[in-house]
Design a protein around this ligand. Structure first.
Ligand code: PMP
Length: 380
């Protein structure tokens, strides 16, 4: 018999207008997009091997070297969100038989450890980056999250690179939540691999993960016993595609053209302000946040000021207050703040002030909305 071909009914909901309200994004990311970045994304597409686009990729690489503060030739952006930077770093730097030391100060160390365990790597998790752990365990790679977005802690990195290099380990750093918003210098700190994301301080849409590999890291990758199990994340292939080596550029994948336009524009904005000026602005505005919190009887979650991530402030939820009701009050005003993550759920709010959102007037608005919503709950 003949089978009747079915004609699917188009989903009614899909045919409705897409709803995208305007929103002030003061959560842990994404942050608000700068207008010029949004405009850049609307530019016409070019072919990803056209000379004009190759120039845009080259400019993007220069911008990334500038914000990471590195001369690493292998500096480019992985097509994917921050997680793709983590995956790219791990699948290239580690192979079976390697030991991976993870400094776990929150969710992101756990995530890196989990990924390495999936890869069959020997993983050791420690709570602080102390030298003994590195000397005893002799890992091939040490992971540290610079800006821990689940707690609002910035991890000091001074001296860790030296300890790593003395024992032959590579230092891998996550700067997804901190790049451009907290002091960081890849080369001075002896960082061998660092990755980030576009949707935090850079105010670009999510979709690319800036990444940089030191010569030492590239040498380890070149001397692997086994091939990198991922083609898409292969650092040497990606490096060739981004023009990091002397070979003729090969097709690797189709770069997300519009997102590269956005990143290039975002980096130009940072370059115009100056990377150090951008970082200083985040520190100064963080001071303002602490002052305003205190004036409203609210407390930062991170006690020591030098441990606070300037671009992402965590605030203690006062006893008896439901964090969600307060966040909902702000959302009703079109302002997003977030609650905790993992062990901090219910205990903190997370207020991201990334890039253009690190602004005095905007900060005053957000903290006054927060203070008002908390007071309402306390007086009930
Ligand atoms: N690391 C850190 C420190 C982050 O804050 C995030 C995102 N919140 C990630 C990694 C993962 O990035 P993405 O969500 O863009 O994949």
């Amino acid at each position: 018999g003949t089978m009747a071909l079915s004609t699917p009914v188009p989903p009614a909901s899909l045919l409705e207008e897409m709803v995208v309200p305007s929103r002030q994004l003061f959560g842990p990311g994404p942050s608000n997009m700068a207008d010029t970045i949004a405009d850049a994304q609307h530019r016409n597409l070019l072919g990803h091997l056209h000379p004009e686009f190759i120039k845009i990729m080259a400019d993007t690489r220069l911008g990334l070297q500038y914000v990471f503060k590195t001369k690493n030739s292998y500096t480019f952006a992985v097509s994917g969100t921050g997680h793709s930077g983590m995956e790219c770093a791990l699948v290239n730097l580690l192979e079976r038989g390697d030991r991976f030391l993870v400094v776990e100060i929150g969710l992101w160390g756990k995530r890196a450890a989990d990924l390495a365990i999936r890869m069959g790597i020997d993983v050791n998790i420690v709570a602080a980056p102390h030298g003994e752990a590195i000397e005893e365990y002799k890992p091939q790679v040490v992971f540290v999250c610079h800006g821990e977005s689940s707690t609002g802690v910035v991890q000091p990195l001074d001296g860790i690179g030296e300890i790593c290099h003395q024992t032959g380990a590579l230092l891998l750093v996550d700067t997804v939540a901190s790049l451009g918003g907290a002091r960081f210098d890849a080369d001075a700190l002896g960082v061998d691999c660092v990755y980030s994301a576009t949707q935090k301080v850079l105010n670009a849409p999510p979709g690319l993960a800036p990444i940089s590999f030191s010569d030492r890291a590239i040498e380890k990758i070149r001397n692997r016993k086994t091939r990198v199990a991922s083609f898409y994340f292969d650092a040497l292939e990606l490096g060739n595609y981004w023009g990091c080596d002397a070979e003729i550029k090969r097709y690797h994948h189709t770069a997300p053209i519009s997102t590269v336009y956005a990143l290039r524009t975002a980096l130009a904005i940072v370059a115009k302000e100056g990377i150090d000026a951008s970082i200083d602005r985040h520190y100064q505005n963080a001071q303002l946040i602490y002052k305003l919190l205190e004036a409203n009887s609210l407390e930062p979650f991170v006690e020591k000021e030098e441990w606070r991530l300037p671009c992402l402030t965590t605030v203690k939820v006062p006893a008896g207050v439901d964090w969600k009701e307060v966040a909902d009050d702000l959302m009703a005003e079109g302002v997003e703040i977030a609650g905790g993550l993992g062990p901090t759920v219910g205990k903190i709010w997370r207020i991201g002030t990334f890039g253009l959102n690190s602004d005095k007037t905007k900060i005053e608005q957000v903290i006054s909305l927060l203070a008002r919503a908390v007071k309402k709950r306390c007086n009930l």
